[in-house]
Design a protein around this ligand. Structure first.
Ligand code: ADP
Ligand code: ADP
Length: 233
């Protein structure tokens, strides 16, 4: 059963000065089943971020539609967005002047849980993400890898069925990159969410995803499970 249906999606960027236009996403269609871990693989500039920003409502498509849980995101934007949380480049979803724990408390507090349940959930996440000894550190003092882990933890807290991650391991050192990859793998297995991960790194996609859509120059060039894709390359 499809939880996300992307149909004939298109996004064009126009340069203000020259009026030149660039087709970043060019007639892309695919669907994602409930519980699936989908990879969006493609080189820098392929259109992955643009795609993800359209699905999570940060960019309005020029053409086509995105259906989330049967809801057309352009017609009922808020209803659709309630099902999605996203971890984007720059981790703008975090409060930089709050501590790790305060960020988690803030986002957990939006959900009407008892304070006991909130405390338990936050303890669980701090342990799982290996952030316990940084719980009182301000976000702007954390390393990039720690910030990335916190951003993922915050996305988990939102309890939405769909999690989008744009280049979750980009710019991390090898060790942290591996740690984030393993975390995502265990989240994907254990939490029964639908996850879309974009990356230019085949290894990251291969380690985590069931199925992969390869995009280049804004078009889908392959859509298959990872084993079959590896035979192509
Ligand atoms: P990816 O995430 O795969 O690296 P992007 O979606 O970021 O690809 O970019 C796709 C293309 O659109 C690239 O050529 C990029 O330079 C261009 N692009 C992205 N954002 C903008 C923007 N705000 N204005 C103009 N061009 C953009
Ligand atoms: P990412 O690939 O991670 O999405 P972006 O492509 O969005 O990063 O680039 C970061 C910023 O630069 C964005 O604010 C985007 O709007 C802008 N940008 C990217 N490519 C271009 C471009 N070719 N022309 C103008 N702005 C761009």
């Amino acid at each position: 059963e499809a939880i996300i249906e992307v149909k004939n999606l298109k996004k064009v960027y126009k340069k203000r000065k020259t009026k030149e236009s660039l087709i970043a996403v060019d007639d892309i269609s695919f669907s994602v089943n409930r519980g699936e871990i989908l990879g969006l693989l493609g080189p820098n500039g392929a259109g992955k971020s643009t795609m993800i920003k359209m699905i999570c409502g940060l960019l309005i498509p020029d053409d086509g539609s995105i259906i989330v849980n049967g809801i057309n995101t352009q017609k009922k934007r808020l209803d659709a967005l309630r099902h999605i949380s996203a971890v984007l480049e720059g981790n703008r979803n975090l409060y930089w002047r709050l501590s790790v724990k305060e960020n988690l408390e803030y986002f957990a507090g939006n959900r009407g849980l008892s304070s006991k349940d909130i405390a338990e959930q936050i303890e669980g996440l701090l342990t799982k993400f290996n952030l316990k000894d940084k719980e009182n550190e301000l976000v702007n003092r954390l390393s990039r890898g720690m910030q990335q882990k916190l951003a993922i933890a915050v996305a988990m807290l939102a309890d939405s069925e769909i999690i989008l991650l744009d280049e979750p391991t980009l710019g991390l050192d090898i060790e942290t990159s591996y740690e984030v990859r393993e975390l995502l793998k265990s989240i994907a297995k254990g939490y029964n969410r639908t996850i879309i991960i974009s990356s230019h790194d085949m290894d990251v996609i291969q380690a985590i995803c069931n199925r992969t859509i390869v995009i280049n120059y804004g078009k889908v060039v392959a859509n298959d499970n990872v084993e079959n894709l590896l035979r192509l390359f």
